[in-house]
Each structure stands twice: as C-alpha cells, then as structure tokens.
Design a protein around this ligand. Structure first.
Ligand code: HDE
Length: 729
C-alpha cells in the first residue's frame, strides 16, 4: 500500500505535470499493440524480412530499417561541460512576499507553488563517468513561473575559477582529459589542469574550494547551491538591489572521505544518482531553503572586493543570508533522456523582477547557453521540447526550423502588421512586460581587467583559515594527491608559490608531501595571464588581507548535525545472530528515519537464535562499507564467530573505521572488533562522552546503545581519528 506521503506526492506531481504540460506528452504502452512510427501494427518484431528462411535480408523491410535507423540516431552530443548529471521534479514556495525587492510573481505570493526541475551534475567527466569525481557540482534549477521560465544555473561552490568568460574554453580544455591520449577521465589531477591553474592566480580561491571536501559530497541532498554571480532584484517601482542566491540543504552539508570517494567510484559510479532516486522513491523528499544576500545599489562600492568579481563571496558575517522560501524535490523523472538529458538551462532565462549585472563571467554565459543548445539539441526549437516548455503561454513571430512542433495559424509572422490585427502585442512593464534595469553606462570600449579584480588571495586565505583542522588536512592531502599526479616538476613548483600566497603553512605541508621546498624565485609567474600590450604592473596581484579572520559558514564542521534521517546503516550478521540485539537497534534507527540493511555472507535469509528468519539485503560482495554511514554488529555466538573468520567482514569494519564512521557493537560481539586493525583503539571507558568523541559505541543494553549510536551517526564523521600531522615547520 502506498504511504500517505507518497499519495500526497503523486498528487502534487500529477498536478505539476499538468501545469507544465508534461502529461500531454507521456506515452504508456500498457495493454497497447506495438506499431511503427507511422502507427502501423507490427506482427513480427523478432525476424527481419528475408528471401527464404536462410536468405538475404530485403531492403524493402521498412520495419527493420525504421527501427535500426532510429537506433543509429539515438545519441545526441553530450553537454560540453556538466555532461554527467541527474535530475528531479519538485516545487518551490516563497515564505513571505519579497515585493519590497522584486516584482517576480513567484517571489511575491506565498500562496503560490511553482513547479521546478532541478539537475545536479559534475563538470569535467563524460556522461558515463563516476559521480564521485573530485569536482564542482552543478545545481541548476528551472522555475516554471507563471511569468515565464527562470533558470538559476548555479554550482555547489560560491565562486568560480576565472573572472572573464573569454577564459572559459581555456579552463575547460585544461581540465578535460588531455588531447593526445584522452586521459584522465573525470579528474583534475593531471598536468594540463595544474599548468593552467598555476598561471592563473585568479583561480586560487576556487582551487581552495575544489581541493576541500565540498568537491566530494556525501549526497546531492547534502550540498549547498550558489548562483555565484551577483544578480539584481528589481521591484515594481523599478528600484534595484544586488542579490546573491544560495540554496541551504535542510539535511546539512556533508562529504565523504577521498579514499572512500575513489572506492565508491569503482563499486557504484551511480552513487549520487542512486541516492537521489531512492530518497525520492521512498518519500524522503530532499529540501533546500532559498537564501538571498541583498545589497542596496548605493552600497555597491562599500566592500573590500568587487561585487562583479565572480571569484569573491560576500561573507555571511558581512551580509547575512535571509532564507526566503523552500524547494522540495518530490518526483523522479519518467524518462532520463526526455527530461534529464534534454533539459536546456540558460542563465539568461530571467523573469520580470530579476536582472543581470556586469559580471564579465555572467555576461559571457548569457551568450553561451543558447548557443550550446543549438548544437546539442539540434536546432532553434529546443524550447518546444516538453521539459523546456514554459507554463506561461508563448506567442511571437519566430517560425519554422528543425523539428518545429507549434502549428502557427494566420498569415502574419512579422511586427508591425495589420493583417494579423497587430498581434501579438507588446506588453507594458505594468502589464508584466520585461523591462531591463536602466543601468547608466558611460565608458570607453576597451579590453581591460578592472583593478578592483586583482586581489586573488585574501578570500582564498579566509576560506582556508575558516576550516577546521581535519578540513585543512584534507585540503593538504587533496593538493598532495593532485600535484603528486602532475608529472612536470615546474608546474608543481609554481603551484607551491601560489599556495604560499594563501598560507605558508599550507604550502609547506604540500611541499613536504611532494618532496620539494617552496621556490623563492618564482613569484613573477603570478602575472603571466596578461594581454600582450598591457602594463604588467596593472596585472600584478594585489596581496591583501580580508578584514575577517574566519567565516563560520565556510566550514562544514559547523553544519547541521542533529538528524540521521535517510542515513544508511549496515548491520553485519550471520546465522545465529541474537534477534533482539539486531532488531532493537534496527527499529530504533528506523524510527529516526535511517535506512538499515542487513549484510551477511550470503544472500536470502539468515536464521536468528530464536529460529526466526531475517532478510539479508546485501552480501560482502554486493555491499561495502563505503555505501553506508555507520555500521552495527549485534551479538549471537555463532554469528560473531562466523563473521570473525570472514576476512570481508573484518575489512568492512576496518574501512568504516578508516573513513571515520560511527561503529557500534553489542558488547558480546566484541570478538569481531578484536580482529580489526583498530582493536587496540577500542575505548576502555564505555561512557557516552567517550563514545561520542571516538565514534565507537560498545554497550550491553540495546536501548542505551541505540540512543548513543544515533547521536554518533548524526555527527557524520569522526575526523579526529585520522593520524595527526607531523610536518617540520
Ligand atoms: Fe556553465 N555551461 N558556463 N557555468 N553551467 C553549461 O550549457 C558556460 C559557469 C553550469 O544541468 C553549458 O547546457 C560558460 C558558472 C551548470 O544542464 C555551456 C561559462 C556556473 C551547467 C556552459 C560557464 C555554471 C552548465 C554546457 C563561463 C555556476 C549544467 C551544457 C562564462 C554559476 C546545466 C549546457 C545542466 C552548463 C557555458 C561558467 C553552471 C557550454 C561559457 C560560473 C550547472 O553553455
């Protein structure tokens, strides 16, 4: 029987499909006869038409030719970036009217729910690459508002590598697999990427983010999202405010360990896709709050950085994030290709009340997205593909082109006209017509980077200084990994100079891992990305400090850690498991919204000590600790003895420990934990405080164990378990 929540969701989804018109395009073959694309019923879909049973196939076989031809053309070019992604439908609702700042109807009417389609992605890898690559994640939201589509095409990091769109092809050429041998796939750990980065000091802030654990999220559902650029909100009086958009996940921001990410990439490259799909199928709808940082136009020049520079954040301590509405994803797509692959986002899709700024990266994007859809989706009518159609009616004089769906009536397809009665009419701003914000511009036509864009290090340092000790260590490890994969020594050395501009200790630690020291003489490479005729001085990075020493919002250590909802917990068991030791914990975890799976040496069922059967979800072959957030070992003499002799069970626990996860065991199951490499680190003291510090819960009483275990899982990871650093100063 469907759960109450499921029924409510399918009602909303059906209603949304109706609103956005998707239901008109759905095909359901249930109880239907198979036909050709011309509607001719097919009586044999097993054999080609041949001259005799053993003779040649006939050209005349229109059924075969139609089927094969369609198949031959099934693929379209993958996205040049963000090729690998998954998406879901949902709704957005604003909490209270934002009419003071914007006239956009979906942000002014709290009674209105706006259908949305959201696609998450990695950037560098091909469509079939792994979800767990170290990479930026795309977070693209299409709002089907009643005034037209608004696309917020953002990322899970608030800044970008470059300041000007003209550098984007260079950046992407550098990060994609190298052109001679097409290696490596979905990875930035190679020479061309770091060659480029080491010569582009403006990328330093973004590099800190990409080397942090933000680049290996635990789940799409546990990522922040950012519009990156400064946009404008415009109210019905034509008054504008600058705005930065944020998405704040209600489950908190969490990541996996790098070793774990690499492991998952082999065992389940669809890990994030599966996680999103399963959460939605089980009624655990992912939720984010929309946040805005609003800055009056008059304050444009009051910051230590330029609001138009996409390599800068506005720290939340400087301008707080107001949470103004909620996004809920409540339905998976019916068809990956038709929806997720064919959805066409465009940062230029704005509605009245939202406008652009002169951020030079944003300006270039305004051109790029339509252009890319023309090649990817094969012509100018991609807005007619069901997933891209706006809810608002479309009337204009654009006509024809590949795959035109609309049958426009009448003779006139031009404006002005008298034959068509002057239709369609233009709309005044008061009637909902889009009127661009009348920004005053009086300038020379030049190619020049503003001097206010030359501070490349202060926010990189702010980011680094805001991280917890384990997070800093992970950045060091990531840089040692990435630069360790670089083969050209001079690139590594240039990067050390860049890092020394962020933090000398950081550069020193990375250098130590690379077996190098920080070169003293390379600083002049920091201004290599300058135009031929420019004065090198005007491109010399400005080295300055942020007036903030730390920003708490930049560290995942300060994220929400009070819930285990949707977390996956493994229970290791075999025949003879103590039924109450297993079920008491399972039920307690499930009551908190966790997903529990029993893992045993073989599939099917195991027999508990009571003689009752327990369903086994995975074996040590099909399951692995990297798929779970925590692990529990129930008691039962035979079960524990079997698992203690099972190398894979011991490996499971060793990995969970290595990846700093919560581990719990019934005291009578300790024999299994004694086989692990962390046996000597098992806490003697069984107090709750110690358990929550070490992340290892050993208790007799199952109820007490459950209570402490739940708190431990909610803490996400026990990074302090990792070995302390000993790098000479
Ligand atoms: Fe994109 N980007 N981008 N980008 N981008 C694309 O459009 C581009 C940038 C982002 O799930 C492409 O339809 C340029 C920043 C997302 O379908 C393309 C520049 C941010 C997605 C393109 C940028 C993004 C894309 C490729 C520098 C974060 C995936 C396929 C000026 C704010 C959307 C496509 C989806 C996709 C161009 C920089 C986010 C080629 C030229 C900054 C989330 O048009």
């Amino acid at each position: 029987m469907a759960k109450k929540k499921d029924i409510a969701a399918s009602d909303t989804s059906a209603a949304n499909d109706k609103i956005i018109g998707l239901e008109l395009h759905k095909e359901d073959s249930t109880n239907e006869t198979m036909t050709t694309n011309q509607g001719v019923r097919i009586n044999d879909d097993q054999n080609s038409l041949t001259a005799g049973a053993r003779g040649p196939t006939l050209l005349e076989d229109f059924i075969l030719r139609e089927k094969i031809t369609h198949f031959d053309h099934e693929r379209i070019p993958e996205r040049i970036v963000h090729a690998r992604g998954s998406a879901a439908h949902g709704v957005f609702q604003v909490y209270k009217s934002m009419a003071k700042y914007t006239r956009a109807s979906f942000l002014t009417d709290p009674g209105k729910t706006t259908p949305v389609f959201v696609r998450f992605s990695t950037v560098a890898g091909s469509r079939g690459s792994t979800d767990l690559a170290r990479d930026v994640r795309g977070f693209a939201v299409k709002f089907y508002t009643d005034e037209g589509n608004f696309d917020l095409v953002g990322n899970n990091m608030p800044v970008f590598f470059i300041q000007d769109a003209i550098k984007f092809p260079d950046l992407i050429h550098a990060v994609k697999p190298e052109p001679d041998n097409e290696m490596p796939q979905a990875a930035s750990a190679h020479d061309t990427f770091w060659d480029f980065i080491s010569l582009m000091p403006e990328s330093t802030h973004m590099v800190m983010w990409v080397m942090s654990d933000r680049a290996i999220p635990r789940s799409y559902r546990m990522m922040e999202g950012f519009g990156v650029h400064t946009f404008r909100l415009v109210n019905d009086k034509g008054e504008a405010h600058f705005v930065k958009f944020h998405w704040k996940p209600l489950l908190g921001v969490h990541s996996v360990a790098w070793d774990e990410a690499q492991n998952i990439s082999g065992k389940d490259p669809d890990f994030h896709r599966r996680d999103l799909w399963e959460a939605i199928e089980s009624g655990n709808y992912p939720e984010w709050e929309l946040g805005v940082q609003i800055v009056p136009e008059a304050d444009e020049h009051k910051f230590e950085f330029d609001l138009l520079d996409p390599t800068k954040i506005i720290p939340e301590e400087v301008v707080p994030v107001q949470r103004i509405g909620k996004l809920t994803l409540n339905r998976n797509p019916d068809n990956f290709f038709a929806e997720t692959e064919q959805v066409a986002f465009h940062v230029g899709n704005v509605v009245p009340g939202i406008d652009f700024t002169n951020d030079p990266l944003l300006q270039g994007r305004l051109f790029s997205y339509t252009d890319t859809q023309l090649i990817r989706l094969g012509g100018p009518n991609f807005h007619e593909i069901p997933i891209n159609r706006p809810v608002a009616p479309v009337h204009n004089n654009q006509r024809d082109g590949y795959m035109r769906q609309t049958i426009n009536k009448g003779k006139s397809s031009y404006n002005p006209n008298s034959l068509g009665g002057g239709c369609p009419f233009q709309a005044r701003a008061a009637e909902g017509g889009f009127a661009s914000y009348a920004e005053r511009i009086d300038a020379h036509k030049i190619r020049q980077r503003s001097a206010s864009f030359m501070d490349h290090f202060s926010q990189a340092r702010l980011f680094y200084n805001s991280q917890s000790e384990p997070e800093k260590n992970h950045i060091v490890d990531a840089l040692r990994f990435e630069l360790g994969k670089v083969e050209t020594q001079s690139i590594r050395e240039r990067m050390l100079v860049v890092l020394a501009h962020v933090d000398h200790g950081l550069a020193n630690e990375v250098a130590y891992g690379l077996g190098l020291s920080i070169p003293k003489t390379l600083s002049n490479h920091l201004n290599q990305s300058i135009p031929a005729d420019a004065d090198p001085q005007s491109y010399q990075p400005v080295v300055k400090e942020s007036s903030l020493s730390k920003s708490e919002a930049l560290s995942m250590a300060s994220t929400i850690k009070d819930s285990i909802r949707t977390r996956k917990i493994a229970i290791l068991a075999a025949d003879g498991v103590n039924e109450s030791s297993l079920t008491t914990i399972q039920e307690a975890l499930e009551a908190e919204g966790a997903v529990v799976e029993v893992i045993a040496p073989k599939l099917g069922k195991i027999l508990a000590d009571t003689g009752n059967e327990i369903i086994v979800k995975k074996t040590f072959l099909t399951g692995a600790s990297v798929f779970y957030d925590a692990v529990y070992v129930p008691s039962g003499t035979n079960s524990v003895a079997t698992l203690s002799a099972e190398a894979d069970a011991v490996h499971f626990l060793n990995e969970a420990f290595k990846h700093c996860k919560a581990i719990a065991a019934d005291t009578d199951a300790i024999q299994l934990l004694e086989q692990t490499y962390f046996a000597k680190k098992l806490p003697e003291d069984r107090s709750e405080a110690t358990a929550l510090r070490e992340g290892i819960v050993l208790q007799d009483s199952s109820k007490k164990l459950a209570t402490i275990f739940i708190k431990a899982i909610a803490l996400h990871r026990f990074w302090e378990r990792e070995k302390p650093r000993k790098v000479p100063g």
